[in-house]
Design a protein around this ligand. Structure first.
Ligand code: PLP
Length: 439
């Protein structure tokens, strides 16, 4: 019996598609990670979007909660599939204070296990099978599986630019590009159901200005298209006033959460995604949410969401942590300072080497252009360069395959997965690699 006969058509299709292209080599890199004394020739896995910079600080807080606080009775029972009321309230207050800057109601939040599950649930409830989600390229590769595997939506990569320097004054996304994408999608018999933006962005670190979001929101509302803004990196922001980098931002764009525009418009077509995976560095906790004024979406979420519900124990632990506002203030400030230090370490070297990169406002990444080293301008050429860098230096980046961008030779570097000292060593190896290639 072939594996095709052992599975449904859907199951067989899922069995053919690994979640991402770099998993196997990532596990290999993890088995041999760098240590200054025990393994000085070891590798630097810098491909997985994890933030370990302030985990020790958060770990102590979590340990004190679980040691000192009695577990409430509700933790052992079924709860609201969209999040228990006390956790929803605490999170609404946290987001209001730290991310949004104005008060939002817990009634407009629904939770599930990580942004991954929130994206899947939202796509499932807003789109029909065969509909299309438009996503400006380059963007998070796993959106394809999140909106595709179960909801059955297709991904349309909107090409807004070719070269990294075209991002210098923000994302060059135009209404005419959306109109053209709509016509193209409709000509294929599909529907332009949603536009997905990520700000700060994965992988470029760019952000959308308020004026841009307003124009895009108006176009979406007028066209009956959903606009979803993913602010999963909303608090992972770089201090762009840092003296070593401030000149990279001649026309700085202020960050303002999309939730502010949503509060003004209160449209059923505008939504925001968030998750604690990145800003708090707890991807293993699996906590994500959608914020929306679309009551029908919230109702559907509750009715269909049980299989995606977060463990009550996890909700309780995080609720206790978030309620300590003083701790959270200190944590977010420490995390942003640590992230900025990592960022400066990386771009100092890139600048000295003349490797093009996009000046980042936030996220855990630097998006860089190594196309000058491509032997062949193709996916294969890109993969060869990615592997060569790993084999010679132990540095594992994320190749651009799956990010949907036309240009080859671009890579994403995750700057928050290793310590500052280790990052210095990694960047020194990177320098030697680049100089060696240029000789
Ligand atoms: C843009 C974006 N959305 C969603 C996710 C998934 O987040 P979670 O771990 O909360 O499922 C990631 C993780 O890298 C991401 O970068």
């Amino acid at each position: 019996m072939t594996s095709q006969q052992q599975l449904s058509k859907r199951g067989f299709s899922a069995a053919q598609k690994p979640m991402r292209v770099d998993l196997e080599i990532y596990y290999k890199a993890l088995e041999n990670t760098y240590h200054p004394i025990d393994n000085p020739k070891g590798s630097f896995p810098m491909n997985m979007a994890e933030n370990h910079l302030c985990w020790d600080m958060l770990r102590h807080k979590i340990e004190s909660v679980t040691r000192e606080k009695p577990i409430p009775d509700w933790v052992s029972s079924y709860g609201d599939p969209a999040g228990v009321p006390s956790f929803r309230e605490t999170t609404a207050a946290f987001l209001s204070e730290f991310l949004i800057g104005q008060s939002i109601s817990s009634e407009h939040l629904a939770f599930s296990v990580g942004a991954t599950s929130v994206i899947e649930m939202t796509a499932f409830l807003l789109g029909d099978e065969g509909d299309t989600a438009v996503i400006p390229a380059p963007s998070y590769p796993v959106y394809t599986a999140d909106i595709g595997t179960i909801p059955g939506l297709k991904r349309h990569n909107l090409q807004t630019h070719q070269e990294i320097h075209e991002l210098a004054n923000g994302f060059p996304i135009k209404i005419s590009q959306l109109e053209a994408a709509k016509a193209e999608i409709e000509a294929l018999g599909s529907k332009f159901r949603m536009l997905i933006l990520t700000t700060p962005d994965n992988p470029t670190g760019g952000i959308y200005s308020q004026e841009q979001l307003q124009v895009l929101a108006d176009w979406c509302i007028d066209n009956g298209t959903h606009l979803i803004v993913n602010e999963i990196y909303g608090l992972s922001r770089i201090d762009i006033s840092h003296p070593e980098i401030k000149d990279n931002y001649p026309n700085p764009i202020p960050f303002l959460s999309f939730a502010n525009l949503m509060a003004e418009r209160k449209s059923p077509f505008l939504h925001l995604w968030y998750s604690f995976s990145k800003d708090l560095g707890i991807s293993g906790f699996r906590i994500g949410l959608v914020h929306t004024y679309n009551e029908a979406l919230l109702g559907g979420y509750r009715n269909a969401g049980l299989s995606h519900a977060i463990s009550n124990h996890t909700q309780w632990v995080l609720q206790e942590v978030l309620e300590d506002r003083e701790f959270m203030k200190e944590f977010i400030a420490s995390s942003q300072a640590a992230l900025t230090q990592s960022y400066v370490t990386v771009v100092r070297q890139l600048k000295a080497l003349n490797i093009p990169y996009n000046p980042s406002y936030g996220s855990l990444f630097v998006w860089l252009d190594m196309s000058e080293f491509l032997q062949e301008n193709s996916d294969q050429g890109q993969e060869d360069l990615w592997l060569e860098l790993f084999n010679k230096t132990g540095i594992l980046l994320t190749p651009a395959n799956g990010f949907g961008h036309q240009k080859k030779g671009l890579f994403r570097m995750v700057i928050s997965g290793i310590s500052h000292d280790d990052l210095e060593v990694a960047m020194e190896r990177f320098r030697i690699f680049v100089l060696g290639k240029r000789q």
